[in-house]
Design a protein around this ligand. Structure first.
Ligand code: AHR
Length: 506
C-alpha cells in the first residue's frame, strides 16, 4: 500500500485562469421564506425603513456576495414582473403555481434593486420565458435600463426611480428543459424564443450580458443534446450558458456524498466540450462562458416539503438544516468551480437565506450561520486572484458508485496584489488525518504561514440551530508549518482547510 500522504505542487506561472469574483454569487427566489421573513420583514426589530432585515444584510456582507440571481428559479416561469412594481397597496396577490403558495407581491423589481445596493451586490435578473416571451423581455429591460422618454422608462421614474437601474446580467428563463417548469419547452422551442428575446433585449440595451438555460442537471435525459441545440440557436446572442446541480446523502453513504464533486467536474468538462463543438461548428471566434447559477446540497427538506399544505404565504420550504458533512461537500464544490476558473465566470450558491441557504432566520426572531456558510465565506473572501493548477498526488478510495476518489481535494489561489497564496483543501478521509506536503517552489524561499483555518467536528451530522448557532464553526488552530519554499500540514479527518500563506519577496 502506498504511503497515506498527499503532495501538492503549485507554480505561480501555471495559471488556470483569473477568477471572476462573480463565481461567489448567490440566489434569492420568491420561494418559502427567502424573501418574506428572510431578507424582507417589515416590523422585525432589525428591519430598516424599507423592511430589509439588517441582521441578515450584515451576514450577507460577511460573505462578500458579488452578484445575486433573482427572482427565480421555478418561480420566474409563471411570474409577471409588473405585479411587483408600483405602490404596494395596489399590488395583487397571485396563486404561485411553481411552489403552490400565494405570492403577495410586496417585494419586487425595484425593491430588490434597492436591497441589492444595501447588500453591496449586483443583480442577475432572470426573465420569464415560461409564460412570457419576446415582448415582455424587451419591456422589462426598457423599464429597468432605459433612461427616460418612453412608456416603460417613465413608468419606472413615476415609481420613484429616476435613474435607470443598469442591470447588466440577465438570465433567459430558468430550467426550461424540465417538465416541472411552467411553460416547459423542447430545446428547439426554447432556443428560438431565447435567441429572439436576447436579440431585442440587446437592441434596447446593448451593454447587457445574457445567460441561456443549459440542462437543469446532468441526469436529464436530454442532456447534453439540449445544450448543443440551444447553443445552435443562441450562440451569437449570449455570453453564458447556465448549469445547475444539487447533491444529497439520502442513503447516508458519506464517502460517496463527498465524492460527488467529481461528477461536478465531469459535468463542467462535458458542457465545455459541447460549447466548443458548437463554436467549431459555427466557425466562431467567441468562447462561451459558463454560469453555474444553481449549486448546493439539497435533500434534508424533501420529505417535509411533500407534506405541506398548498396556498400559504411564505411557508417554510426547502429549509435544509446543514450538517458538518454538507459543509465539506460545499467546500469540494467550491474547489471544483475554482478548478474551472477559465470557463466558469459566474456561479450562484442556491440559495442565500432560509431556502437551502447558508443563512437561516426565524421570522420575527434570530438570524444565524449554517455550516455551509463557512466554506462559502472563506472562498469568497480569500479566493480572489488567479486559480493555480494543482498538481496533486493523493491516495484514493472507491465507493460502490464512484471510483478513484482522491482523499485530498484542493486548489490554490494566488492573490498577486496581496502577495498571498491560499490553499483550499478538503480531507475526504473520514477515519484518518492526511499529511500534506505543499511545494511552493516558484514563490521563492520566504513563504510564511498567515493562518491555517479549519472547519471540523467529530460529529459529521452536527449542525447549527437558532439556539446553538456555533456548534459547527471554524478555528484557526490548524497545524500547517511553512518551511520557506514549502509547507507541511496534517489535515484532520473530514476537514475543510484554508491555508493562507504570505509569499512576499523579502
Ligand atoms: O433552487 C431551488 C430550485 O431548484 C429552483 O427554483 C429551480 O431552478 C431548481 O430546480
Amino acid at each position: 500500500m502506498s504511503q497515506h500522504k498527499a503532495t501538492m505542487i503549485i507554480d505561480k506561472d501555471f495559471i488556470i485562469g483569473a477568477i471572476d469574483n462573480r463565481i461567489y454569487g448567490s440566489f434569492i427566489e420568491h420561494l418559502g421564506r427567502a424573501v418574506y421573513g428572510g431578507i424582507y420583514e417589515p416590523g422585525h426589530p432589525e428591519a430598516d425603513e424599507k423592511g430589509f432585515r439588517q441582521d441578515v444584510l450584515s451576514l450577507i456582507q460577511q460573505l462578500q456576495v458579488p452578484i445575486v440571481r433573482y427572482p427565480g428559479g421555478n418561480f420566474v416561469s409563471g411570474y409577471d414582473w409588473k405585479d411587483g412594481i408600483g405602490p404596494k397597496e395596489l399590488r395583487k396577490s397571485r396563486l404561485e403555481l411553481a411552489w403552490k403558495t400565494i405570492e403577495p407581491n410586496q417585494f419586487g423589481l425595484n425593491d430588490f434593486v434597492e436591497w441589492a445596493q444595501k447588500a453591496q451586490t449586483d443583480v442577475m435578473w432572470a426573465i420569464n420565458l415560461g409564460t412570457h416571451g419576446v415582448d415582455e423581455a424587451r419591456n422589462i429591460v426598457e423599464y429597468s435600463n432605459h433612461a427616460s422618454g418612453t412608456y416603460w422608462s417613465d413608468l419606472r421614474r413615476s415609481h420613484g426611480y429616476e435613474q435607470p437601474h443598469q442591470i447588466k446580467t440577465w438570465c433567459l428563463g430558468n430550467e426550461m428543459d424540465g417538465p416541472w417548469q411552467i411553460g416547459h419547452k423542447t430545446a428547439t422551442e426554447y432556443g428560438r424564443v431565447a435567441a429572439e428575446s436576447a436579440k431585442v433585449m440587446k437592441w434596447v440595451d446593448p451593454t447587457i450580458e445574457l445567460v441561456a438555460c443549459g440542462s437543469s442537471s446532468r441526469t436529464m435525459p436530454t442532456f447534453p443534446e439540449w445544450e448543443a441545440t440551444v447553443l445552435d440557436h443562441t450562440y451569437d446572442h449570449v455570453e453564458y450558458l447556465s448549469m445547475h446541480t444539487y447533491y444529497g446523502n439520502k442513503k447516508n453513504d458519506t464517502p460517496t456524498f463527498l465524492a460527488r464533486s467529481l461528477e461536478m467536474d465531469d459535468f463542467i468538462k462535458t458542457i465545455i466540450a459541447t460549447s466548443d463543438y458548437i463554436k467549431a461548428k459555427k466557425r466562431s471566434k467567441k468562447t462561451m462562458y459558463l454560469s453555474f447559477d444553481e449549486w448546493n446540497v439539497w435533500y434534508h427538506s424533501n420529505d417535509a416539503d411533500k407534506k405541506r399544505d398548498p396556498w400559504q404565504i411564505a411557508p417554510p420550504q426547502l429549509e435544509d438544516i446543514y450538517t458538518m458533512e454538507d459543509a465539506l461537500v460545499v467546500g469540494c464544490m467550491l474547489i471544483s468551480l475554482l478548478k474551472h476558473a477559465d470557463r466558469v465566470k459566474m456561479a450562484c450558491l442556491a440559495q442565500l437565506v432560509n431556502v437551502i441557504a447558508p443563512i437561516m432566520t426565524e421570522t420575527g426572531g434570530k438570524a444565524w450561520m449554517q455550516t455551509i456558510f463557512f466554506p462559502y465565506m472563506h472562498a469568497s473572501v480569500y479566493g480572489r486572484g488567479n486559480a493555480l493548477v494543482p498538481l496533486i498526488h493523493s491516495p484514493k478510495y472507491d465507493t460502490s458508485e464512484i471510483t478513484d476518489v482522491p482523499y485530498l481535494e484542493a486548489v490554490a489561489v494566488h492573490n498577486e496584489e496581496a502577495q498571498e497564496v491560499t490553499v483550499f483543501a478538503v480531507n475526504r478521509d473520514l477515519e484518518h488525518p492526511l499529511p500534506l506536503e505543499l511545494d511552493l517552489r516558484s514563490f521563492g524561499a520566504n513563504s510564511r504561514l498567515i493562518e491555517h483555518i479549519v472547519l471540523e467536528n467529530p460529529d459529521l451530522k452536527a449542525r447549527n440551530t437558532a439556539d446553538d448557532s456555533t456548534a459547527v464553526a471554524p478555528h484557526n488552530r490548524g497545524n500547517a508549518v511553512a518551511n520557506g519554499s514549502g509547507l507541511t500540514a496534517q489535515l484532520t479527518k473530514a476537514s475543510w482547510n484554508v491555508i493562507r500563506i504570505s509569499v512576499q519577496a523579502k
